[in-house]
Design a protein around this ligand. Structure first.
Ligand code: ADP
Length: 164
């Protein structure tokens, strides 16, 4: 059964991420959703909080494992015995960065392939960055994120506002 890794910041998880996870599961037998621990300087949620939200979301998905990693993604993939990296592709704006990353990773490790999955169009405008902006301004994000994420945002309340 092919094992794929879906890496990202997931700060926070949105319905777009969930859509990509579900699509990946239709193609690959096992999926590791991996939180990159060294990617952001001022995260909204800690790595442990992001792991908690992903684990709650993946509860019914038996083929999904949630993990975190630091260092190079290709090294992590090799250590887990995975040769497939999943990335989501929304608009043209994602393309340049993703193209650069995929080719760089291929140069570092030629037997790892990056597979791009497009979300349902209703999520194609969604990003964690947009969610962070809405949260910072005190807006409601329940239409864009799974219940556990909305609950964690509510729990933190004001702390998550701009000053954090
Ligand atoms: P990163 O910092 O690695 O880009 P993100 O959590 O922002 O972490 O994104 C992880 C992956 O999920 C990326 O490939 C990104 O393009 C994809 N992604 C994020 N939001 C969406 C979405 N709404 N639809 C499809 N893919 C998405």
């Amino acid at each position: 059964m092919a094992l794929a890794i879906y890496p990202g910041s997931f700060d926070p998880v949105t319905y777009g991420h969930v859509d990509v996870m579900e699509r990946a599961l239709k193609i690959f037998g096992r999926l590791i959703v991996a939180v990159a621990t060294n990617s952001e300087k001022r995260p909204l949620f800690s790595v442990d909080e992001r792991l908690e939200m992903l684990r709650t979301i993946a509860k019914g998905m038996t083929a999904v494992e949630v993990d975190s990693f630091s260092g190079l993604l290709v090294d992590y993939a090799k250590s887990r015995g995975a040769r497939i990296i999943i990335r989501g592709l929304r608009a043209l704006s994602d393309f340049e960065y993703e193209f650069q990353m995929a080719l760089t990773n291929r140069k570092i490790c030629s037997d790892i392939e990056t597979v791009f999955l497009m979300p349902s169009e209703q999520y194609s405008y969604l990003s964690s960055r947009i969610i962070k902006e809405i949260v910072a301004l005190g807006g409601d994000v329940t239409a864009f994120v799974p219940d556990i994420v909305a609950a964690m945002i509510r729990k933190h309340g004001r702390e998550l506002r701009v000053d954090r």
